[in-house]
Write a protein of this length. Structure first.
Length: 87
């Protein structure tokens, strides 16, 4: 398994990440006093939608993705986003 960490507060950081294809991925979302719309996370490709806690770590299991695919996460309002490119 591989682990990708993303910070959610006033948007997502890093906004673009590269990961290995064809292996399970754990997405760790870190929040620290996050009360803006980036706390409302949607990952359409895997049907994930959840309100993150104001502070803490939320782990999301992502099934293996094919090489060349992209996984996108969005805030509830669509203002902020991040992308994971699988190679």
């Amino acid at each position: 398994k591989q682990i990708i960490e993303i910070n959610a507060k006033g948007g997502y950081s890093p906004r673009v990440t590269t990961a290995k294809a064809d292996i399970p991925t754990i997405l760790k979302l870190n929040t620290r006093g996050t009360f803006d719309c980036s706390a409302s996370l949607i990952i359409p490709k895997i049907g994930y939608q959840k309100n993150l806690p104001p502070s803490g770590v939320t782990a999301v299991e992502i099934p293996p993705q094919k090489s060349g695919s992209t996984l996108r996460g969005l805030c509830g309002m669509g203002m902020y986003s991040f992308r994971i490119n699988f190679n």
